[in-house]
Design a binder for this molecule. Structure first.
Ligand SMILES: [Zn+2]
Length: 257
C-alpha cells in the first residue's frame, strides 16, 4: 500500500476508536484536541513498519536519524516486510512505546516533561509529513516535525496509555493494509511456513498463502491500484471528517471559555 494511504488509514483508525462523533465507535474517548493530536500521531505510527527498508521513503524522512534507525531496524527485523510486519513486531512496537512513554525529565519552570513521548512523536510526525508529501527538504521536515510535536506535547490526551494505543493501532492498520496486497505479509514471523509445492495448483489458497510463506488477502491487488484508491478515498474522507469535527468542537469549547 502507498505511504499516504497508510497514513490516512492510521488517522481513520484513531478517529473510529477515539472520537465520539456520529459514525465513530468511541471505545477510547479522549478530548476533542486529543482526537486531533492522536490522529496525527497514529498517521505517523501507521508508517513505522516501513522503517525496515534503508532506502525507503520513511528512511529519508528526517535525515540522518531516520536513515540510521532504518539500517538498525532492517538488520533486527530480518529485512523488508518481515519482523516489523508481524504480530511479534506489533507487540515490540507497543512495548517500546509504552517504555518511551514512561521516560520523563524534571525541567526547571516546566516541571515534568514527557521526553520519551516527545522524541517518538518527532519521529512519527517526520514519517507522516514525508508520506503525505508535505515535508519538503530535510530542514523544513525537521522544523515541521518539531513544531507539530510541541503541539502534541501540549494538547495530548491526559491518559498515560494513549501513546501505546496510537502506536498499536497505527502498526496494526499498516500490517492490515499490506496484507490486502498481492505480496502479503509474514504475519507469524520469525516463523516462516512456506506453502508446500503440492498446494500450488489449488486456486484461491495459492493466492492466500504465498510460496514465500507470506499470507495475503489480495483485495486491492498491486500497491497503488485503482482498487486501493477506491478503498482509500472514503477512508481518507472519514479521517478528515473526524479531525474537522473534533477541531470544530475544540474551537467551540475554547470560544465558550
Ligand atoms: Zn509495509
Amino acid at each position: 500500500m502507498m505511504g499516504g494511504h497508510h497514513a490516512a488509514s492510521g488517522a481513520a483508525a484513531w478517529i473510529a476508536v477515539a472520537s465520539t462523533a456520529p459514525h465513530a465507535l468511541g471505545w477510547y474517548p479522549v478530548t476533542p484536541l486529543g482526537v486531533v493530536t492522536g490522529a496525527l500521531l497514529t498517521a505517523g505510527a501507521a508508517l513505522l513498519p516501513d522503517l525496515d527498508h534503508h532506502s525507503g521513503t520513511i528512511a529519508h524522512s528526517l535525515p540522518p536519524v531516520t536513515k540510521i534507525l532504518a539500517r538498525i531496524t532492517e538488520q533486527v527485523s530480518g529485512g523488508h516486510r518481515r519482523g516489523t510486519h508481524s504480530l511479534l513486531g506489533l507487540a515490540v512496537f507497543v512495548a517500546l512505546s509504552t517504555a518511551l512513554g514512561k521516560v520523563t525529565a524534571d525541567v526547571p519552570l516546566f516541571g515534568s516533561v514527557a521526553v520519551g513521548a516527545g522524541l517518538l512523536s518527532v519521529l512519527l510526525m517526520g514519517f507522516a509529513l514525508k508520506a503525505l508529501k508535505i515535508a519538503g527538504g530535510p530542514a523544513r521536515s525537521w522544523l515541521l516535525a518539531l513544531s507539530l510535536s510541541a503541539f502534541i506535547a501540549v494538547y495530548a490526551p491526559e491518559n498515560n496509555d494513549w501513546l501505546p494505543v496510537a502506536v498499536g493501532l497505527g502498526v496494526a492498520v499498516h500490517i492490515l493494509g499490506d496484507l490486502l496486497t498481492h505480496q502479503g505479509v509474514m504475519i507469524l514471523w520469525p516463523l516462516r511456513i512456506k506453502r508446500p509445492r503440492s498446494l500450488a495448483g489449488i486456486p484461491v489458497l495459492n493466492k492466500l498463502w504465498r510460496s514465500s510463506g507470506c499470507m495475503s488477502l489480495p483485495l486491492i491487488g498491486a500497491a497503488g491500484s485503482w482498487r486501493e484508491w477506491a478503498l482509500m478515498v472514503p477512508v481518507t474522507v472519514y479521517a478528515m471528517y473526524g479531525v474537522v469535527h473534533a477541531a470544530f468542537f475544540a474551537l467551540a469549547q475554547w470560544a465558550s471559555g
